[in-house]
Design a protein around this ligand. Structure first.
Ligand code: OGA
Ligand code: NI
Length: 325
């Protein structure tokens, strides 16, 4: 985050309608081609991560029907009567499944969400909603595929940082996956135009699937909000807090928010990937030297949940700021 975006409240940053082209679009099919092509794609990913902090992927191997089915499962869930959804309401952030609609978390301005863990799937799926009947099957299939994609992207990012794609492989394989399944009303149905207030995600990376336009990111070079275009069949990827820590600041977390869409209600599914609950993330020692001392304290996903719980009703939510040395 640049100094300006730290001092100017993010709500007050100007907004520009569309991200100017070229928005980085990475063809992931090229990752499995010859080594020269792979290196080029790894460089493109690393460049996007060090510059903007976000990009989109096409040819990512997840079929349109798997993505459509996940959106349908989410949308059918949110259409259930309130009693069926409220069964999953809880103030305890550590519940395996959690539904909420209010702004108790101080960032959900106008959003209903269902959050649940997804990896290892066989441990968590038993807690997921049984209604609608398709939910577990459709969301489970998407969750497994998006995780495979996250690991592939993580390898490329680690390679791009010069750490090698096997870096901490076991910890990534055993890592957590949190699905944040969001439902935003059509803009005209609300007083506000903001669905989800500015924040960054805690993990290494987030992969976002959305039914229509609404995501905005802070562009670091100009400090203005950019609407992220909705490219057909693409998935949006952005860097989270723990990637900034691991890379010792070479890659920066992305501040983003969701606006309500004026034309339609919107579903989004954010898949957030981190280490296992208690595994600490530190600045990679390979990226620390005299000129680049460690910039962040170590922390785990569990520390993040503690931070959120302690800051539930005030504005000191910024987890990354609490880690800066
Ligand atoms: C999130 C998130 C953005 C969106 O769930 O963390 O940032 O467009 N979602 O719904
Ligand atoms: Ni987010």
């Amino acid at each position: 985050m640049s100094d300006l975006s730290r001092t100017v409240p993010q709500e007050q940053l100007p907004s520009e309608d569309l991200h100017p082209l070229p928005m980085p679009v990475i063809n992931l099919g090229h990752l499995s081609l010859d080594s020269a092509t792979r290196s080029r794609v790894v460089n493109d990913i690393a460049k996007a991560c060090r510059g903007l902090g976000y990009f989109q992927v096409i040819n990512h191997g997840i079929s349109q029907s798997v993505m459509d089915c996940a959106v349908k499962a989410a949308s059918d869930f949110f259409e259930l009567p309130n009693e069926a959804k409220e069964e999953f309401s809880s103030e305890d952030l550590r519940q395996p499944v959690r539904y909420d609609t209010s702004s108790k978390d101080s960032i959900s301005m106008s959003r209903a969400f269902l959050k649940h863990y997804a990896h290892p799937l066989s441990d968590w799926i038993q807690y997921w909603p049984q209604k609608p009947p398709i939910y577990r099957e459709y969301m489970g299939k998407y969750a497994a595929e998006v995780r495979r994609l996250a690991l592939q992207l993580m390898e490329a990012m680690l390679e791009g940082l010069g750490l090698g794609k096997e870096y901490l492989d076991e910890k990534f394989q055993e890592g957590s996956q949190l699905l944040s399944v969001n439902c935003y009303p059509k803009a005209s149905q609300c007083d506000t135009t903001i669905g989800l207030a500015p924040h960054s995600d805690y993990g290494f990376l987030t992969i976002l699937l959305t039914s229509c336009r609404g995501l905005e990111v802070v562009d670091r070079s100009s400090n203005i909000w950019k609407t992220v275009q909705q490219l057909p069949h693409a998935l949006h990827v952005h860097i989270g807090d723990h990637m900034e820590v691991l890379s010792n600041g070479r890659m920066k977390t992305v501040v983003h928010r969701a606006l309500l869409n004026p034309e339609e209600a919107r579903i989004s599914i954010a898949s957030i990937h981190g280490f296992a609950l208690h595994e600490k993330v530190t600045c990679a020692k390979e990226l620390v030297d005299e000129e680049n001392p460690p910039k962040y304290k170590e922390s785990s996903f569990s520390d993040f949940l503690d931070h959120l719980t302690a800051n539930m009703d005030n504005k000191h939510r910024n987890f990354l700021d609490s880690l800066r040395m």
